[in-house]
Design a protein around this ligand. Structure first.
Ligand SMILES: Cc1cc2nc3c(=O)[nH]c(=O)nc-3n(C[C@H](O)[C@H](O)[C@H](O)COP(=O)(O)OP(=O)(O)OC[C@H]3O[C@@H](n4cnc5c(N)ncnc54)[C@H](O)[C@@H]3O)c2cc1C
Length: 297
């Protein structure tokens, strides 16, 4: 759903009229976002996938290494280069497209599933002469990176909330287990070595939730929220993963047993320290934009 903000804020009236009601009714799915490339990594402005103007449309060629849910989506948001990279204006020359996957030639998109350490539908995607209509362009050509940034804040807020949910679920399982599991003739939760980390995680999750809610509140009101959204994702990812890790410890060996679900929360919470933006890139953002320190990269 977080991809929707880009369409809502920058899509044309025709695009919104065509897609939004059917997305809202559940008839159409927009849940794939094709940005990251192997060579560029966190340096999004150096992506190499191109969209070349050709007659009444564009032709896309390139390779994305992580595009999640493309097989479960009817529409795709795609970032591609429409002009050569300019070192003086690194974010210029990138454009965003809303691709209707039902209308493209199947041979022009090669999707290879990437197996990951958790249950997640993600893929490597090769675009080979993918022809899309000019009407697929979102907003103005060359302004895609700016639109993308607008969509990244709600994504960070939403995934911060996801991290909190996983952390809370893990703690709930752990507390239940700690009450029931008897070792040395007493529930393990009676040991402060078990109880305190869980209680500390409740406090950390509560604190991170306030930050996430504040970021969401600002975003909903159209207020600047880059700082808040980044900090929310950072703190929630730490609180969520730490909670899942502590839940694993509480369950002892059973933490590894799939029937208790905690191993799943542990694996799934871990990704939020890396994606959609890594913790290091959040700290880079805060250092540069909040502390006004020189850009390090
Ligand atoms: C399961 C999964 C699903 C994904 N789904 C999607 C998707 O649907 N669409 C999409 O576009 N992308 C997707 N991604 C990509 C994800 O957003 C990137 O993996 C993430 O942004 C990090 O980029 P990278 O993997 O290229 O890491 P790299 O850029 O190679 O960085 C590697 C490490 O170096 C650190 N680093 C790099 N530069 C600096 C610096 N200047 N200062 C400090 N540290 C630095 C990073 O923080 C990181 O820890 C997905 C990734 C995964 C794992």
């Amino acid at each position: 759903m977080y991809i929707m903000g880009t369409l809502l804020r920058h899509g044309s009236e025709a695009q919104k009229a065509r897609y939004l009601p059917r997305i809202a009714s559940g008839e159409l799915r927009l849940q794939a976002f094709s940005v990251t490339e192997a060579e560029a990594g966190s340096d999004t402005t150096s992506i190499a996938t191109t969209a070349r103007r050709d007659g009444d449309g564009y032709v896309v060629d390139g390779h994305k290494n992580w595009t999640s849910r493309i097989a479960q989506s009817d529409l795709l948001l795609l970032l591609a280069r429409t002009a050569e990279r300019d070192e003086r204006a690194r974010s210029a020359g990138l454009s965003l497209f809303l691709v209707d996957l039902r209308e493209v030639r199947a041979e022009s998109i090669e999707v290879t599933q990437v197996r990951t350490m958790f249950n997640y539908a993600t893929n490597e995607v090769r675009y080979r002469g993918l022809r899309i209509p000019a009407a697929a362009l979102i907003g103005e050509e060359g302004e895609g990176f700016r639109y993308l940034l607008d969509g990244l804040n709600p994504e960070r807020i939403l995934l911060g909330a996801e991290a909190l949910g996983m952390g809370r679920a893990a703690i709930r399982h752990a507390a239940r287990y700690a009450k029931e599991r008897i070792v040395f003739d007493r529930p393990i939760g009676q040991n402060q070595g078990i109880a305190f980390p869980l209680a500390d995680s409740v406090a950390r999750l509560d604190a991170a939730e306030l930050i996430v809610r504040n970021a969401a509140w600002r975003y909903d009101r159209g207020l600047p929220c880059g700082r808040e959204a980044n900090v929310a994702k950072y703190l929630a990812a730490e609180a969520g993963f730490t909670a899942a890790d502590r839940a694993m410890q509480t369950l002892g060996g059973m933490g590894y047993a799939t029937e208790y679900h905690v191993e799943r929360y542990f694996r799934e919470a871990r990704i939020l320290r890396l994606a959609p933006v890594s913790q290091e890139m959040v700290l880079n953002y805060v250092a540069q934009h909040v502390l006004d320190l020189p850009r390090s990269y």
